[in-house]
Design a protein around this ligand. Sequence first.
Ligand code: COS
Length: 388
Amino acid sequence: MADTSFLDWPFLDQHHRDLHTRLSGWCQTHEAALHHETGDVEADCRTLVKLLGRAGWLRLAVPAAFGGLTEKLDVRSLCLTRQTLAYHSGLADFAFAMQGLGTGAISLFATDVIRERYLRRVARGELIAGFALSELEAGSDVAAMATTATKVAGGYLINGEKTWISNGGIADVLTLFARTGEAPGAKGLSAFVLTTDTPGFEIVERIDVIAPHPLATLRFTNCFIPDDHLLGGAGDGFRIAMATLDIFRSTVGAAALGFARRAADEAMHRASTRQLFGAPLADLQMTQVALADMALANDTSQLLILRAAWAKDNGQPRITREAAMAKLHATESAQATIDKAVQIFGGMGVRSGVMVERLYREIRALRIYEGASEVQKIVIARAALQAQ
Ligand code: COS
């Protein structure tokens, strides 16, 4: 029986509890659809976006004025949604998360005209979104970005390559970051909205990874973006990227926790039913140590995630450090929890397709994307030094 006692914690309001109950029920009813795999991960992801859109869950990824369910992006709702979807399906979580991350900067910084043009259709699952920040030589070091945006009459011309772009091969609309050169480094970047039907846009490569998700390398050759598709002002790109990540990093932690809670539940069931040396595996104190470690790790992650999300939703002054702690702890401890679950399953734990084997592959990338664990430590350490 899944532990949902965190729903009574004071970080949450009644509408969050209701969301969790409704979404959990929906996931159970749609278990077969959530796990339907055709071998074509891009097609599967498109199908999941449509399914989530039709059911109304993608409305949590945009603000109410543009088809959403909450007045502004509600980080606790985003976290609970990702945690619940991840518990059932890594790809469904990914499909949901990318609609939010891919349009987060539009929700936060675009004009109403641009919001109106894209957000409603993203919330209905009619448009697929992506977040084009990373480059081969600019992953953790965002300020090293080389893709350029050159000012021309009426807009900008984009030239360069982005890689590791989630939904890269299927996105209709991208939040794209490029160097406009107002100043060196972080101060010379800008954020744009680019539609992938723009001439000069090219999918260079589909990237296969250990847990299949649609990732791609993209090339931009003289792609024209009109002036009204610049987000914020020229030179605001780094700040916009960080503000978007301040929201979505906690949700990565929540997805990791969804995987970890599923692993703990699977391990609990296995330990209670598997007979070893004439008794259930759970009778062995070594097993109990692992189960205790999992329960402790999951609750500490849950606390850090809800604290970070609550802080952001309630306009607390310090949120970046909180989001970094939530992502760092939840992803690192989820990896350890899932590894323990695999161990409890023994040989069955590494058999292809078994839930804990899938989770073992799913979790690894979360310690890397949207700021690797080492980046989160830099963020936390800088906040500690500043507070002196
Ligand atoms: N919100 C608003 N502004 C922020 C900010 C935030 N969360 N974080 C930093 N800034 C501002 C800083 O205040 C600074 O402005 P001032 O010079 O006016 O003070 C400016 O942005 C540059 O910040 P900083 O000097 O910290 O930049 P660094 O180049 O040292 O980079 C890290 C800092 C490493 C934290 C950043 O590059 C990062 O988060 N990297 C990981 C990126 C990532 O997540 N990649 C994955 C992409 S999505 S899969």
